[in-house]
Design a protein. Sequence first.
Length: 110
Amino acid sequence: MATSAQAYEYMLEQLNKAGDITTRKMMGEYLVYFKRKLIGNICDGQLYLKPTDSALRLLPDADRDYPYEGSKTLMIIMDDLENTELLSAVLHAMYEELPEPKPKKAKSKK
């Protein structure tokens, strides 16, 4: 089941309260970036976060699932998006643990 436009807009509104959020549409769902670092996905109307040490510590009772069929990563499902204080704390802590984005290669001109 794809994420509805209404669910996506709601999640994006809540995520933006934490700071610099961008998304990229991918196969009908969305990749979610915080300050240019990939933090998770929006799939099937749910926010899935990468299982970093800090996310696991701050969300110890959160359910875990695969965001899409064929996914190799069991991710944390963030249900309480209205708790913007917790959401912000999780995203900022994750940011510190995640690697810097790889620089994009320049396209060669022929």
